[in-house]
Ligand binder design. Sequence first.
Ligand SMILES: [Fe+2]
Length: 486
Amino acid sequence: MRAVVIRMESALLAIILTSIVALSFLMNGNATGITSTFIRSEYPSVDIPLNNKVFAVPRGYNAPQQVHITQGDYDGKAVIISWVTADKPGDSKVQYGTSEKKYEFSAKGVMTNYTFYHYKSGYIHHCLVDGLEYDTKYYYKIGNGDSSREFWFTTPPKIDPNSHYIFGIIGDLGQTFNSLSTLEHYMKSAGQAVLFVGDLSYADRYEYNDVGLRWDTWGRFVEQSTAYQSWMWSAGNHEIDYMPYMGEVTPFKNYLQRYATPYLASGSSNPLWYAIRRASAHIIVLSSYSPFVKYTPQWMWLEAELKRVDREKTPWLIVLMHVPIYNSNEAHYMEGESMRAVFESWFVQYKVDVVFAGHVHAYERSYRFSNIQYNVTSGYQYPVPDKSAPVYITVGDGGNQEGLAGRFRDPQPNYSAFREASYGHSTLELINRTHALYHWNRNDDGNKTAVDAFVLHNQYWGANHGKRKLEKHNVRKIMMDEIATH
Ligand SMILES: [Fe+2]
């Protein structure tokens, strides 16, 4: 009789556990992940030759080149306009206004230059243009006389939970024909600003004076987009440029001289990590290659910045970093583990919507999983479905000269929803405070093809709104209670 009771209890326990696991998967929208078998014919992974027109120096003596803009403040009412003059310093003035050819206002910037081995940079100008109106098209002019150049940009809408906005997400771009394909496809999209997840020029694949030279060509290559809309920068390993064999040991030297970020506006002490708010999004940029463990400046800044996030004003919480912390490609496998151990619990606690990373030259998207229960004495050692966790997206597939990362780990882990070794870029359309539309766009031969697409439900305003007082990881707690009871 006792044996029958025990068998019945065991059967009941099995049913409960099976139901809980099934419920957990359903609640997280989980299903078997997809490893795409698509193979495209790609352009050779070689950099575009220096004499190609995409690198052309603009006409005119000392004409501004490598023009790029980025958000210049915390909330989107300022831009930093940067450019290079090759022959002489010139001035760092920007003339601007809301009508074409009528420049009512002007702002004065700063100029700098530097050496890298025997390479001497041009004169690099950074000019903050602030006090702008939201949602307004501005025209601007830089340079002097016949060599002056004119561009325009549109400021984002005001900070509002329902502001509509479209971000492009690009990573590991480089300067190959694949890079050009990605850039052209992105420019055909409706993207209004770019979240760049690191590894810009791949100039560090060169030696000696060619390093600086390839930073210059990259600046001219991307100008077709970067002069007209803000690109938010984050640093990858190819920005480190640690080259002791040629006496260059200051990390990020080329990158920091050329690409400004509005780090002071978010209370950061370092341009490599910072935050901005734009339309309905709060965007946090982290540095995978700067200290981030407890008590370091980046850790302390992030702890404070996450407390400043107000989902009532900016419902969408987006994190950028270079090294992915959930990725199942053989390339760079587990390199993000150290940052995962430090920051993942915050991402879950603050219900980050999505984490974008690059580094791995293939595309991958995760389900909502976390591994925060694990510790060195006990706990679950495998990632588990977690409704509070972000979606992790690796979009390190811009097209650089190192080629694709074609080998994924087999079997595909549970957290991996979709993965494909192709070049491409993503777009994230924030529709309102509850819904966003996400696309990953593969570079098919000559065409942009939306391959991975889904509706992203906001982690704060979405289905769980009003239920946030429920205990986190409720499903797991029920399961543990059941095990303890039996
Ligand atoms: Fe990288």
